[in-house]
Ligand binder design. Structure first.
Ligand code: SAM
Length: 287
């Protein structure tokens, strides 16, 4: 089948609306080429002679196999270990010392962390390694490791499957990973680097669309939502900031990407800085 099918403006509008409704990603009116470049191979794969037929499969026939492939093709899953570095410095130097004090005094009984839009696992596993290492070198691991819960979610089941395996090739392992963490927490089998089970078991991966209600996820002390909202409309971004604040405990922390900006946050968060990194602390009782 000829894959050089052009997308008509009607088909583009249908796809654009579907993608925004389904995953919140807002595609500008001048980006028809983006849909063509990312979805054209699917026309052949699913025997469609036009984008309208593809749309019909996902929208009218509700074929999950096709819609998952569309979501995978449209979402950007780019990620790396310890991306931007500062969130993990803040975790290690500011947040963990306080949480351990609170766990010791009984002020808190566990610490819950959410990596929202976790892609192939680098973000939640970086978090898990920092927590594990922090406790390990202080002889606190046995006592406090079980008190930490990391939930990691993504809309794409494909990236979650990769994440759950905890196996990375030599190229992805190099991206951002300090040698000390790599040597402590991975073993190498040929070209594959296998993450230690103790770290893998610290993270609970779940499929979750950020457009859904957060209520069933419970409350968190820290939320990472980094390089996810950049693809969303400003209305959805604003709505998410309010939903994140509701999903955080008082004085809970929100991390976003270092090149991202939040337009409305002052109602819910105070912006704080540490060693060049920015984070948002939910208004409320200060620890
Ligand atoms: C660019 S990656 C960022 C990964 C990681 N947070 C980081 O900073 O390295 C964005 C991730 O957000 C996910 N995503 C996009 N829209 C989503 C939605 N509506 N709900 C949940 N996850 C979504 C994508 O599947 C992708 O894995």
């Amino acid at each position: 089948m000829n894959m050089n099918v052009n997308i008509s403006s009607k088909e583009f509008a249908l796809m654009q609306r579907y993608i925004e409704e389904e995953c919140g990603i807002s595609i500008g009116n001048d980006k028809a080429y983006l849909i063509e470049s990312r979805l054209s191979s699917m026309l052949g794969e699913f025997n469609c002679s036009s984008y309208e037929e593809l749309y019909h499969l996902i929208y009218t026939k509700k074929d999950r196999r096709v819609s998952e492939r569309v979501i995978d093709a449209i979402t950007t899953n780019e990620t790396l270990w310890f991306r931007d570095k500062t969130p993990w410095i803040i975790l290690e130097k500011v947040l963990l010392p306080q949480y351990i004090k609170d766990l010791e005094s009984g002020k808190r009984d566990r610490i819950r962390i959410w990596s929202a839009g976790c892609s192939t696992g680098q973000e939640p596993y970086s978090t898990a390694m920092v927590i594990h290492n922090f406790l390990d070198i202080r002889g606190l691991k046995e006592k406090f490791l079980p008190k930490f819960e990391i939930v990691a979610t993504d809309i794409s089941s494909t990236v979650l499957e990769v994440a759950k395996k905890g196996r990375y090739d030599s190229i992805s392992i190099m991206r951002g990973m300090p040698a000390s963490y790599r040597d402590k927490y991975f073993k190498r089998e040929g070209r594959v680097w296998i993450l230690d089970d103790e770290i893998r078991n610290m993270v609970d991966f779940r499929q979750f669309n950020l457009q859904n209600s957060f209520v069933l996820l419970g409350k968190f002390h820290i939320i990472f939502c980094r390089y996810v909202m950049i693809y969303f409309s400003s209305d959805l971004k604003d709505e998410l900031v309010s939903k994140f604040s509701m999903a955080l405990k008082d004085s809970g922390i929100l991390f976003i990407g270092s090149s991202e900006m939040l337009s409305v946050y002052r109602e819910y968060f105070d912006m704080e800085q540490y060693e060049g990194g920015v984070y948002y602390r939910k208004k409320g009782e200060v620890l």
